[in-house]
Write a new protein. Structure first.
Length: 58
């Protein structure tokens, strides 16, 4: 599994945190979006048709 940690930075992800939760060591990554999707993200209110767990900031 530690081999996978080297893949994400090569794909443009940045490590943002490491935590030990529920008996597991977890590594958190994020990737900045570019283009129209990134510009509109967070500019509208969630709709009932949005995927569960997908949140937009007001």
């Amino acid at each position: 599994m530690t081999d996978n940690l080297s893949i994400y930075p090569r794909l443009g992800y940045v490590e943002v945190a490491r935590r030990h939760e529920d008996g597991f060591d977890r590594v958190f990554f994020e990737k900045r979006l570019s283009g129209p999707a990134a510009l509109s993200f967070g500019k509208r209110k969630p709709r009932s048709s949005d995927a569960p767990g997908l949140y937009f900031h007001p």
